[in-house]
Design a protein. Structure first.
Lengths: 269, 371
């Protein structure tokens, strides 16, 4: 939801950017803002209008968005308060709120509290939050805490069910990469390689899967293969950047060329 | 006799109709008040004032809306820098239509000479009342002189530059200015930055009176739309130079929340993490745990400013961290991290950006750096 609301915001920014040089762009920008303010859009993105209402009358999503606006203003106390109110008003948002704490604040403890509450709503069922099984998100949180054994257990639960029921080709490659990273932390490079092979099969362009392949080979002492994997990761990264203008695989784990350079330097000859 | 009865029946019928009519009138009135927002109220030329991006943050609108009696709508630039777009408008049952866009009564309001549209990013326009003046004469009167309002001092240079000095903060910013003829009216426009005149606009002013020691203009003066007097201060003298003090964004409407760049995918992010993890000296202070956010803006030419450092406890309550930690972080950020964003070839990258990094501390040591 937050992304949905931010889209028009970003577009407005584009319309009124510094670089514009002619009036036509301003006219287009005004026309766009007129559209955002019309009935066609105003009720879809109604966060501003809901600000006049007492919190008790606002929807969970409106409260959540109010919280994320406080985040952007560095008012984190208010943000946490609004997130809590949003979760109470609409418990289905707990998965999203937890993920916000995990991805934007690197706070796995608070994230897990929301994930557990979200998961507890339907016992014996791995709830889905924004296309992710909640167990996958719990796995990411445990991995961030450093409890990789529990992370692997959660990943097994999330992606294992999909793999058994539908086949490995139906599993999001990011799930395999996340589990592989935890396997590497547990010094189980063979398991990691197995997952990374499945990840690459599902998304051949992945640079991050190649990078962690390199790390797995490195752990196994297969230096030549590690070097090939790291070089391949760099090539894939540059290729994605060339195609899209930036490199981003949408994972909670970042990958940078500097990281690849450092990994290559650390390889023993 | 029969005639008398008929009259009586007729009178009774009339009483029933009257009662019914009054009842309907009573029911009808609160639901559909006779609206003052008739076509006459809204037709005319509306000069853009601003759009409210935040409750207290406004961006000037350099456009106008001309709602003509023949139902044609013209959306154009107040300073005539582009041909206007034409469409149709209508007002039916208090619902305003601008081309295909619909504004039910709660999405638009005319209050005196102000038109307010929308709730998400409310746009404010003011009704244009022409004041016949000549742009060239106005330019002659303003140029080479210093003028002052209650909040700003304006230095109008003959090079086309204008320097605005905030009376409260003494901050100076540099822009370009001109006087523009729009029909019989004259507008004072200021836009751009110290590098270019092509940037976006400062609030537009419609000149209403030109006299020797004072001119006045209608525009947004920070609290509302008003006819503001500009008092003559002095003539510019040789040696008066127009320079901004400190950091000036290229964008005249820069708000951090709309200019935050996605930094974690950028290569600089890894360099920042390395700098902080290798050069920050931990201070063993068990109670110093939580989150520190560092934020700064970089303008289109790579100049940095608006540096902010704020701390939060592990439960996100505001927290002041030990200066031995924050002083170190401030120094590392200002001397090593901010320069990563500064452009050395002085090319215009076309936009300003706000960078924010988060540093998680545990017992006085950095445990995580992220964007």
């Amino acid at each position: 939801m937050r992304q949905l609301v931010l889209i028009p915001c970003l577009l407005v920014v584009c319309h009124f950017s510094v670089a514009q040089t002619d009036g036509t762009t301003y006219i287009g920008g005004t026309a766009y803002m007129l559209k955002l303010n019309s009935a066609q859009s105003a009720y879809m993105f109604d966060w501003r209008s809901s600000q006049k209402l007492p919190d008790s009358l606002r929807t969970g999503q409106q409260l959540f968005f109010e919280g994320s606006v406080h985040n952007s203003k560095n008012e984190l106390n208010q943000m946490a308060g609004y997130y809590e109110k949003a979760a109470q008003k609409d418990p289905t948002l707990q998965g999203m709120i937890g993920y916000d704490f995990l991805s934007n604040f690197h706070d796995p403890v608070t994230a897990l509290r929301y994930f557990e509450a979200y998961d507890a709503r339907t016992p014996n069922f791995d709830d889905i939050s924004a296309n992710d099984p909640i167990s996958y998100r719990k796995g990411l949180a445990y991995a961030m805490i450093g409890n990789h054994a529990e992370a692997v257990r959660q990943f097994d639960k999330g992606l294992g069910a999909i793999e058994v029921k539908h086949g490995a080709e139906w599993v999001n490659y990011r799930f395999f990469v996340a589990r592989a990273i935890s396997y590497l932390a547990l010094k189980q490079p063979e398991c990691a390689l197995d997952d990374l092979a499945k990840a690459i099969k599902n998304y051949d362009r992945s640079a991050i899967a190649r990078f962690y392949q390199g790390e797995a080979y490195q752990q196994m002492g297969r230096i030549a293969e590690a070097k090939v994997a790291y070089d391949d990761a760099r090539f894939r990264m540059q290729y994605i950047r060339y195609q899209r203008g930036d490199y981003n695989e949408g994972l909670i784990y970042d990958l940078h060329e500097g990281q690849i350079d450092d990994a290559l330097k650390a390889l023993k000859p | 006799m029969r005639a008398g009865m008929n009259n009586q029946k007729g009178w009774q019928r009339r009483k029933v109709w009257l009662a019914l009519h009054c009842t309907l009138l009573i029911i009808h009135c609160p639901l559909n008040p006779v609206s003052a927002q008739s076509a006459n109220v809204i037709s005319g030329t509306w000069i853009g004032v601003h759009a409210e991006w935040e409750n207290t943050f406004f961006c000037p609108l350099p456009t106008y809306l001309d709602l003509r009696a023949d139902s044609t709508l013209h959306l154009g630039m107040t300073d005539n820098t582009a041909p206007a777009k034409t469409a149709r408008w209508s007002l039916q049952h208090d619902t305003l239509r601008l081309d295909s866009l619909v504004y039910p009564p709660k999405l638009w309001r005319v209050n005196g000479d102000l038109l307010r549209l929308g709730l998400l990013y409310p746009m404010v326009f003011r009704r244009l009342t022409d004041v016949p003046l000549d742009a060239e004469s106005a330019h002659k009167q303003l140029v080479g002189r210093v003028w002052q309002t209650d909040s700003l001092i304006y230095y109008f240079y003959d090079t086309g530059k204008v320097c605005l000095e905030n009376l409260r903060t003494s901050e100076k910013t540099v822009h370009c200015w001109q006087t523009v003829q729009r029909g019989p009216s004259v507008f004072l426009t200021m836009r751009g930055n110290r590098y270019t005149c092509d940037g976006n606009y400062k609030p537009l002013w419609q000149l209403t009176n030109l006299a020797a020691g004072q001119f006045s203009a209608i525009g947004w003066q920070g609290r509302g739309v008003a006819d503001v007097p500009f008092r003559f201060v002095r003539a510019l003298v040789a040696g008066d130079s127009c320079r901004s003090t400190g950091f000036q964004p290229c964008d005249n409407c820069l708000l951090a929340m709309y200019s935050m760049t996605v930094t974690n995918i950028h290569e600089k992010a890894y360099q920042v993490k390395k700098i902080l993890k290798t050069q920050f000296r931990a201070v063993a202070l068990p109670e110093q745990s939580g989150l520190i956010r560092v934020q700064f803006a970089v303008n289109c030419r790579g100049e940095a400013g608006r540096f902010v450092l704020v701390g939060f406890s592990e439960t996100y309550a505001p927290m002041t961290f030990d200066p031995r930690l924050t002083d170190q972080l401030t120094a590392l950020c200002q001397t090593q991290i901010v320069p990563l964003w500064q452009i050395h070839d002085a090319k215009d990258q076309g936009y300003d950006e706000t960078v924010r990094l988060s540093i998680r501390l545990k017992g006085g040591a950095i445990v995580d750096v992220f964007f």
